[in-house]
Each structure stands twice: as C-alpha cells, then as structure tokens.
Design a protein around this ligand. Structure first.
Ligand SMILES: [Zn+2]
Length: 433
C-alpha cells in the first residue's frame, strides 16, 4: 500500500491523478472482483454472507475506512444458519457534509445450468472476468471500493465523506439489506446526501430510476365434481382461462399505447406490461391424478407500471376486468391477493449526482453519458422511499443483459473505467475544492 500524498493540487492535475491511480490499481481491482466471485453468496438461501462481508471489510479497512457490520437483527430471514450481515465503511469526519454513499449488494442468484466455466472460479480470460456476480454486481462493488482507494492514493481531500456498503438480499427484495439500513437510520438524510449504486448499466450509462411493480395473485374459485359428470361442477381453470383472455383483449391494447417519459431500456420496456409469472390449478401435476373438476386455480401476475400510471389506476383496471369476467357467467368468482408493490422511483431532474457522473463519464471516456431507467427495480427504491435520499442513481460496470445468465462476465476495462468515473464524481461531490 502506498502512502497517500499529503496535499492536493486542485483542478486538472487532481483529475489526472485520480484517473491514473484507478488505472494503476487495475490488477488489484481484478483480483478483488475475482475473490468476491469465489465466495458463492447464493440467494436464496443467502449463503456465506459473513465470509463475503469479512472480505469487503478487510479491503475497506485497507482503504482507511472505519468499518462496522450491520446485522439485520429481528428480520425473520436473519437466522443462525444464514445470518444477514451487511458491511459498512465510513470515511472522513462523520459529521462533515455532504456525504456520498456507494452501495452494492453482494448476494447473487443461483448459477443455474449451461455454464461452460466454473460460476464461482473467478476466471479471467481475454480481458473479461467470468462468474456469477461478474456483472450483477461484484465488479460494481470492486469499482466502488477502489474508487475510494484511488481518491485516497491521489490525495483527494474531503470536505464531506464517502461511505461504502456491501449489503445482502437485493435479489430477494433487499429487506434485510438496504431496507434495513434505511429503517435503522444507518442510511438517512442526516448522514447521506447522495447515493450511487453500481448496478450493471455499463460504463457510459447513468440510470436515473426504475419502473414500478405490482405483484399479485388471482384465485379462481370453482366447484369440484366427478370428471365424468363435469357439468355438475364449475371449473376454476376454465374461469382463469376466460380471465387471461380478457386481460389480453381488454387491457393489452391500452397498455400497448402507453409510453413512459422515463428513458427505460430496452425500449419496449418503456411501455407497461402484464406477465403471468405462474399458474397452478386443480390437482398438483406430479401426484396420481383423480378425475375431478378443478375447484381452485391461482395465477401470479407481474404488472410493471410506469410513472405516468397511478398505482390506484393500475389496480382498478385489474379489478374491473375481473369483475366483468365474473359477471359473464353465474358461479364465477375471483379474489385478488396482493403480494408486493414497488412504486416507480427516479432521481429529481437536475440532480447533482447525475450531473457529476455525466461529467465524469465525459472526462474519462470522451463520450456523452446516456441517461437510462431500469425496467426492473433494485435497491434505489429503499434509498428514496424509506430513507428519503432522493439523489440516488445507479451507475456501474457490466452488461445488464448478462445479469443472471450462464457464463456471466464483465470486461475488465469496463470495471476500471467505472472505477475512474465513480472516483471523479465522488471527488466533485464531496471533495474539497
Ligand atoms: Zn443487482
């Protein structure tokens, strides 16, 4: 570890030094990303969180930060077998403002099939690093950590502070992770002015927010009877079929003509959508079958909505269609059970964090940053909705398309570029002029 220079000279020289220090750390960044990938923090169930939190703690301490674990006491998913341990490092004087929070989730989804490399090997080949989490988002955590390290090595003096957290469970909603930190005041407007989440949108894209999601089940209630006298029963599966058809015919054309002003990528996701995630009806398929009319059929729906749609409107449309289908035939009955609602979230127009990242992208890459929004949600919702930290965006390395895919990978150049961009943006936001 090199000693941090004593004084900073401002302006272009400082920018050059920060960029150069991040480049000089290339091998360390790759090694740290690979080490993170080699800990299979698979969620569910939430494996090896302590080991990963300890790895991150060690690196944050090397970067000169004051580090603590924040364990999600009281959350049902925090168990002795699978403890929910978040790690937080703080730099600078705790009371100094403004403060920037860099947050990355270190849980990954299960690897699934069809890998041609070891998903937890951390292989580096032809300028890319491979493994589950290479894109979503262990390379992002490495970029955040080494952004702080590059600032320190370049001698950036802070007028405020930078915090870095590695958190759990984003892939299952983030309730023991970022939400817990927000609920307990670890992240709050009293200690956080800006936040950057290095989710994989790529090194030249700043993600300003995300669409909303309404997850719900609809249960069709029928009446069972012998399958040889099905006229004596009432099939819940037939009713569900009618309902699905009505959604397609009645709601489909309406959704197709709505388009968000939020720059959601990929482009078709600018429109709202309704997907059937699952459907279960009658007897479970794997058991020995008996001749019965299905008296129950449940479908799980995934309605993605845009800021231009109000949640009440979204729900009313669903209820209206279900009631209309009920009215078509005597004996039909549907009930709706809500699972989860996340409202659309986006950083305010003219947010300093968007401006700082955009300038940094321009400085480092020579191209103009593209502002995008995410089709799916991520931890930004907790920063904005629970903590009330509205100047929160996502910016980080990795191709979004490779998230959750077999042979997930990230270009090493992109990790280094993102490290440089985050470091420069942080220098602008909380460095001393
Ligand atoms: Zn992610």
């Amino acid at each position: 570890m090199r000693p941090a220079p004593e004084r900073q000279s401002g302006g272009a020289a400082l920018i050059d030094r920060v960029v150069a220090e991040a480049e000089a750390a290339r091998d360390e960044i790759v090694e740290f990303t690979a080490d993170l990938i080699r800990i299979p923090t698979v969620n569910p169930p939430g494996d090896l969180y302590r080991e990963c939190a300890e790895l991150i703690r060690g690196r944050l301490e090397e970067a000169g930060m004051a580090v603590q674990f924040v364990t999600a006491e009281g959350r049902p998913e925090h168990t002795p077998g699978h403890p929910r341990i978040n790690v937080l490092g703080r730099s600078g004087d705790p009371g100094a403002r403004p403060r920037l929070h860099l947050n990355g989730h270190f849980d990954v989804v299960p690897p699934g099939d069809d890998w041609t490399v070891d998903p937890f090997g951390g292989l580096v080949r032809d300028g890319r690093i491979y493994g589950r989490g290479a894109s979503d988002m262990k390379s992002g955590i490495a970029a955040a950590v080494f952004a702080v390290e590059a600032m320190r090595r370049a001698g950036v003096r802070l007028r405020g502070g930078v915090d870095v957290s590695g958190t759990v469970d984003e892939e299952s909603g983030g309730f023991a992770g970022v939400a817990y930190l927000c609920e307990t005041g670890v992240i709050s407007p009293r200690n956080t002015d800006f936040a950057i989440i290095p989710e994989p949108f790529g090194p030249t894209r700043v993600c300003v927010g995300h669409r909303g999601v309404y997850w719900f089940d609809i249960v069709a209630h029928g009446h069972t009877a012998h399958g040889s006298m099905s006229h004596l029963g009432h099939s819940a599966i037939d009713d569900m079929g009618a309902l699905l058809e009505a959604f397609r015919k009645e709601l489909g054309p309406d959704l197709a003509v709505r388009r968000s002003g939020l720059p959601v990528v990929p482009d078709p996701s600018r429109r709202p959508s309704l997907n059937v995630n699952a459907i279960v009806g009658g007897q479970a398929g794997e058991s020995v079958q008996s001749p019965c009319v299905a008296d129950r059929c449940t479908a799980t729906f995934d309605r993605r909505f845009i800021p231009e749609e109000r949640f009440e409107q979204v729900r009313d449309e669903i209820v209206r269609v279900a009631k209309a289908v009920e009215a078509e035939q005597p004996g039909r009955r549907f009930t709706i059970e809500d699972r989860m609602t996340v409202h659309p979230t986006w950083a305010p127009r003219g947010s300093p964090v968007v401006a700082a990242l955009s300038r940094a992208v321009r400085t480092v890459t020579g191209v103009d940053a593209e502002q995008v929004a995410s089709p799916g949600t991520y931890d930004q919702k907790h920063f904005a909705r629970i903590a009330g930290v509205e100047h929160c965006v996502a910016y980080g390395p990795g191709p979004l398309e490779e998230a959750h895919q077999p042979d997930e990978s990230c270009a090493v150049d992109d990790i280094v570029t993102s490290t440089q961009v985050i470091a420069l943006a942080a220098t602008e936001l909380v460095g001393s002029p």
